[in-house]
Design a protein around this ligand. Structure first.
Ligand code: SF4
Ligand code: SF4
Length: 97
């Protein structure tokens, strides 16, 4: 049985929010999320040509985007979304929660 909630050191209940998707239209491939992820959940990949970009996307940005390559290792810490400058992340509680 997986743990779907945890406790803070003070004993408060804390519900992890797991990374479920990264918006490929917004991601600029900056790598900030990759650097802070403690679980090797993320990987930089080449952007597919079929991805339609957002209007404010700078064409000088890299041709790479981040992807969730190993979702099963996510601990739901939320660090990736806090450092993302483009608001790419979507989260959800554990499916059993
Ligand atoms: S929520 Fe935490 S463990 Fe999951 S992908 Fe983001 S930084 Fe990594
Ligand atoms: S921090 Fe955001 S914009 Fe930067 S690589 Fe990660 S998902 Fe993409």
């Amino acid at each position: 049985m997986a743990f779907i909630t945890g406790l803070t050191l003070a004993g408060d209940v804390w519900t992890p929010e797991f990374a479920t998707s990264i918006d490929p239209k917004k991601c600029i491939g900056c790598g900030r999320c990759y650097k802070v992820c403690p679980r090797k959940v993320l990987d930089l990949i080449v952007r597919g040509e079929d991805v339609e970009l957002d209007d404010d996307y700078d064409e000088d940005d890299t041709a790479s985007i981040m992807t969730i390559s190993n979702p099963g290792d996510c601990i739901g810490c939320g660090a990736c979304g806090r450092v993302c400058p483009k608001g790419c992340y979507t989260y959800a509680p554990h499916p059993a929660a």
